[in-house]
Design a protein around this ligand. Sequence first.
Ligand SMILES: [Zn+2]
Length: 251
Amino acid sequence: MIDFHCHIDLYSNPVTLVDQIVQKGVYVLAVTTTPKAWRGTNAVVGNSKRIRVGLGLHPELVAQRHSEVDLLCSLVPEARYVGEVGLDGSTPHRASLALQEEVLRKVLLACTSYGGRILSLHSRGAVSSLLGLLTAHPLAGVPVLHWFAGTPRELQRASAMGCWFSVGPAMLRGQKGRELVAAMPRDRVLTETDGPFARKGKDPLMPWDVIDAESTLADVWELPVEQVRATVLANFRRLAVTGPQADPESG
Ligand SMILES: [Zn+2]
């Protein structure tokens, strides 16, 4: 199983969670919301082979923490995965959109100058602007759009640009999410939870709850769950093997 977008450091007990992830054999991309959390999260993860840590600065935090973009850029040489970064144009965050764009531009430039990175991107309410920035920085790496909620037309544009998608149980609960995933290129789909923000009832989704996303995919793709899991795993391996690499001497 693969949880390609999970905030391990924000669960109540990250150390126990890492043990459980290892025990269950889930591959996890542990994204961070601020670059200050990157080293600490790496320390918690230790050398667990299946867990990687993304270097992030969440767009919802940019209004308060935009100055941390310099720290993020200075850590890019050490990071293979960059996320969670992106844009949020929803009502509470629209006011900082110009600042968010400026921050994301810096992040994409830094990624470009180090040969590209694998990016986990937030795009709520700002898909067009995000795709515009990605188009302007074609060598920033491989964009993986997490919890995509744009229009079918925006999805088409993102697919044509070569974007990947990570989809989770919360996104796939509604008809809109299911219709979007049906139109995504199957060979560029990964699973995620976005836990602990995304929930299952009153509890946060756990990385192994991607099983719920797998069963929705099985439904939509009309395939057995085992085949869905194998497809997602093959996608993930292809991304990990052929995607941009970090500097050989670092993480
Ligand atoms: Zn997230």
